[in-house]
Design a protein around this ligand. Structure first.
Ligand SMILES: NC(=O)c1ccc[n+]([C@@H]2O[C@H](COP(=O)([O-])OP(=O)(O)OC[C@H]3O[C@@H](n4cnc5c(N)ncnc54)[C@H](OP(=O)(O)O)[C@@H]3O)[C@@H](O)[C@H]2O)c1
Length: 332
């Protein structure tokens, strides 16, 4: 099969397509003929050699944390899926390939009306957002939530999930075009951080009460400002460190307001915890796709042989939502 294999680390030019052996499903795994995969910011770090896959180094290091496609073969103990099923799956890697194996309990059916190329944009972004809001952030209906990088893959998912959960959403983005797009997704208040201070806007918008939850991807540059946006007993969920990972903060803020700082990483989490998350997501969030109350936001679709261009586009920070990579050329 064809796959993008990392044989060296560096810029997008290290991404090359090679022939590699077809993976064989274990007893509790399904093999998926991949229709599409989607990019995640972590793929750029992995390409640079700064985000190795968890566990033992695979024989072929293939990036790719999520796919959609059709079940092609099943292990002997698989009971939830059968060959021919349209599925999407959360992976720890190996997704930029024509075939991939996945633990059956991390595989989800594709909602009835959804195209496979849209389904590929769901697992990593939506599971991360769902987990950050509910499991890590303990968000609840009516809570005020500040979501940074609102136009990112994870941000567009988090805004929609939070609105479905009846939360008040304030979000930050870096351009006027992004302001328009995240408003259309339901954000109640949008800050272009290049023009205004998000701390002042949050204070004004919440009448100086602050928000209960902050979902942060920026890290270093926003750390203390995020704490200033939280109400007493609030939680900041640290999901990414786009601006750097070192911060100096006033610990007095944490103490006096009884704040919680919760870090999260989905990929390296033990398998059984990821399975529990996927199963909760299937019960609570998946029906919202089926009823079309929420949708994956797909910015562009590239063919696999344009993978270098796709990585450059993500690095430019221009994408609104997800960048999908089309692997097969016939719709299923
Ligand atoms: N912890 C986990 O398990 C987990 C899982 C998935 C993703 N993530 C993290 O979630 C974040 C989003 O991932 P994604 O794949 O959705 O990303 P994405 O679609 O590439 O979007 C990232 C956006 O963040 C904004 N940004 C970049 N650098 C920034 C900076 N220094 N300051 C402020 N904003 C900045 C840019 O939008 P603007 O133009 O609006 O600035 C950029 O388009 C990444 O940090 C990723 O590593 C973490």
């Amino acid at each position: 099969m064809r796959a993008v294999v990392l044989t060296a680390f560096g810029g997008p030019e290290v991404l090359s397509i090679q022939e590699v052996p077809l993976p064989v499903p274990g007893p509790e795994e399904v093999r998926i003929r991949v229709w599409a995969t989607a990019l995640n910011r972590a793929d750029l770090l992995e390409r640079e050699g700064r985000y190795p896959p968890p566990g033992n180094r695979p024989a072929y290091q293939i990036p790719g944390l999520e796919v959609s496609g059709v079940v092609d073969q099943i292990g002997e103990r698989v009971s939830l899926f059968a060959p021919g099923d349209r599925v999407m799956a959360l992976l720890s890697g190996q997704g930029y390939a024509e075939y991939v194996v996945a633990t059956e309990r991390m595989v989800m059916p594709v909602p009835d009306q959804m195209k496979l190329e849209h389904a590929a944009a769901i697992p990593e972004a939506y599971l991360t957002a769902f987990d950050a809001l509910y499991e890590q952030g303990s968000a609840y209906p009516s809570a005020g939530v500040l979501i940074h990088a609102g136009a990112s893959g994870v941000g567009t998912a988090a805004i929609q999930l939070a609105k479905q959960g009846n939360m008040s959403v304030i979000t930050t983005v870096g351009s006027d075009e992004k302001v328009k797009r995240v408003r259309a997704l339901g954000a109640d208040c949008v800050v272009n951080y290049r023009e205004s201070s998000f701390v002042s806007v949050v204070q004004e918008w919440t009448h100086h009460q602050g928000v209960s939850v902050v979902l942060d991807f920026v890290g270093q540059q926003y750390f203390e400002d995020n704490l200033r946006c939280l109400s007493p007993d609030g939680t900041m969920v640290l999901i990414g460190t786009l601006s750097g990972s070192r911060a100096s903060i006033d610990l007095g803020l944490v103490l006096a307001r009884r704040l919680r700082i919760q870090g999260t990483a989905l990929r390296s989490r033990p398998s059984e915890r990821k399975v529990a998350l996927v199963q909760r997501f299937l019960r609570e969030a998946w029906p919202l796709f089926q009823s079309q109350a929420i949708h994956p936001v797909v910015d562009r679709v590239y063919r696999l042989d344009k993978i270098q261009e796709a990585h450059r586009y993500m690095a430019s920070n221009h994408n609104i939502g997800k960048i999908v990579i089309h692997i097969y050329s016939q719709e299923v």
